[in-house]
Design a protein around this ligand. Structure first.
Ligand code: NDP
Length: 258
């Protein structure tokens, strides 16, 4: 079985490490490679999936919307997101999935907070969309983005009933989901946002612990970092690829090694 992650750049991706750990865990003989390509190379990837020389791919920046457009079959949830991060061919049809949703749900479960705890999403891009769809109607949601226009457009696209609040608003009694890149390079979220929260999911991750996670640790706020979410999405993608379910902790341990 031959899989890969398609993106540009992609050499930083931890997907190969996670999926190879999955193969080892199950004793499966599989390969997983980096596929670094720009937009003009994406049709070749699709051709490889259709002719069976590739069994499945994960899709990362900047190709998630291209992958959505390329898929023959998607579900209603993916259609709301207009973004695909996992592609396989099933019964001759190129099928697109978005396992970032599963990643958010896994990260939420790791916080062990009441299932109706409200969520405060920072950002209005693709990751924020996945977070809002993952929460669904199970909890109240607010969106806080530096562009209220973009926040409104996202709410409209998703047909979500989220409140839109100013950037920097407090998150009293809420779980903050940072769906911006802030923190990857040492940036801080607006003051007081994490401090006021009852839980934190920080999707941003890099080589160092983000300042938001440091704040959560110091205040004893339950948190899940970006690698927890990454592991949750990878475990679901592995399930789509192989039909096998493996603990997300196996993926997480591999992601932390890098
Ligand atoms: P997008 O570019 O689609 O969206 C980014 C969002 O963050 C936009 O709303 C953007 O605002 C906002 N933003 C960017 N910089 C700032 C800033 N300095 N201050 C305030 N807002 C800012 O990216 P994605 O949604 O795809 O990804 C967001 C982050 O989530 C990335 O770091 C990505 O790596 C991470 N991610 C992690 C995953 C995981 O599994 N851990 C999965 C998916 C994503 P504007 O529109 O105004 O530019």
């Amino acid at each position: 079985m031959r899989f890969g992650v398609v993106g540009h750049p992609v050499s930083h991706s931890r997907s190969p490490a996670m999926h190879m750990a999955g193969f080892r865990y199950l004793g499966i003989d599989g390969s997983y490679e980096f596929i670094d390509t720009q937009n003009d190379g994406f049709p070749d990837v699709v051709a490889s999936l259709r002719n069976g020389s590739l069994d499945g791919v994960n899709v990362t920046m900047p190709h998630k919307r291209t992958a959505f457009a390329a898929a023959d079959v998607t579900g209603a949830v993916v259609d709301r997101l207009e973004a695909v991060n996992t592609l396989v061919v099933r019964e001759g049809a190129l099928s697109g999935f978005n396992t970032d949703i599963d990643g958010v749900q896994y990260a939420l479960s790791r916080l062990e907070l009441p299932p109706d705890t409200p969520v405060h999403v920072l950002g209005a891009g693709g990751a924020a969309a996945a977070a809002i769809v993952a929460v669904g109607n199970a909890r109240p949601v607010s969106i806080s983005a530096r562009s209220q226009l973009r926040a409104g457009q996202l709410r409209e696209q998703l047909k979500a009933s989220a409140a839109i609040v100013p950037w920097g608003s407090g998150a009293e009694g809420m779980i903050v989901i940072n769906a911006t890149p802030m923190g990857m390079h040492g940036e801080h979220l607006p003051p007081g946002v994490v401090q006021s929260a009852v839980g934190l999911i920080d999707m941003a991750y890099g080589d160092a612990v983000t300042s938001s996670i440091r704040t959560a640790v110091s205040l004893g706020i339950p948190y899940a970092d970006g690698l927890v979410m990454l592991a949750g999405q990878a475990a679901e993608a592995f399930h789509i690829f192989t039909g096998a379910q493996i603990p997300a902790e196996v993926m997480e341990a591999a992601a932390r090694v890098g």
